[in-house]
Design a protein around this ligand. Structure first.
Ligand code: ZN
Length: 229
């Protein structure tokens, strides 16, 4: 499977009140999660393993080229309400969705505009690519399993999964989710994100969600992935 640490390089993502950068925090988490998944016997690769900028469209392409079975993109949420907390797990929405999720997708997709624009036609054809469409049900199940574990960790009961039009998920030809892991805008969550023990707890929760998703599939997704390629 492929783990995608959001942002990188000149694209810093969101900032915490004390200056923690999303691009750094999600890279630390991606590495911790890779360790946990590898311990569980899964093969993991990262879309970036250092502070480099990788265009959004290249991230799913990388996963497609590897024939990855899952794609998990890691991000941090930011909200005006300082008390907003906990994790939100998303899968792709083909429409614009509600105002809130659309605004979030616009923020996360912003990196696309900042990309060292390849030829317009490349970007256009990527935006036309909706390989993810064939995997939406699987992506939703993956999102539900990961959300369940993260809710448990945060002591949040009823938060469900959400959909938003994230560019990074569109062309992934495999079940794919985007995890807004915590609110970097919340001073308490920013502090926790600097704590390696907490980051590892989050990694363990996501890994557990991935494993229960995998335990519930019986090769059907893989067959669909092979026929979609
Ligand atoms: Zn982000």
């Amino acid at each position: 499977m492929v783990l995608d640490a959001g942002h990188g390089g000149q694209d810093t993502g969101a900032h915490g009140p004390k200056g923690l950068k999303e691009k750094d925090a999600v890279l630390t988490l991606a590495k911790a999660l890779a360790n946990r998944l590898e311990e569980a016997g899964l093969q993991v690769s990262l879309t970036r393993s250092d502070d480099t900028f990788v265009p959004l469209w290249e991230r799913a392409k990388l996963a497609n080229e590897q024939g990855a079975d899952l794609f998990v993109s890691l991000h941090l949420n930011a909200a005006k309400a300082k008390a907003a907390r906990g994790s939100e797990v998303y899968f792709l929405s083909l429409s614009e969705g509600d105002e809130e999720s659309e605004a979030l997708a616009r923020t996360e997709n912003g990196a696309q505009e900042a990309s060292p624009a390849g030829p317009g036609s490349v970007i256009d054809s990527i935006l036309d690519d909706l390989s993810q469409k064939a995997f939406l049900e699987d992506s939703e199940r993956l999102a539900v399993e990961v959300q369940r574990q993260l809710n448990r960790l945060a002591g949040i009961k009823e938060r469900g999964v959400k959909q938003a039009p994230f560019v990074v998920l569109r062309s992934a030809a495999m079940p794919a989710v985007l995890v807004e892991t915590a609110f970097i805008s919340n001073p308490k969550e920013e502090l926790k994100l600097k704590d390696a023990a907490f980051v590892d707890q989050v990694a363990q929760a996501i890994a557990k969600g991935v494993r229960s998703y995998l335990a519930g599939t019986q090769g059907s997704v893989k067959r669909r992935a092979e026929s979609a390629r």
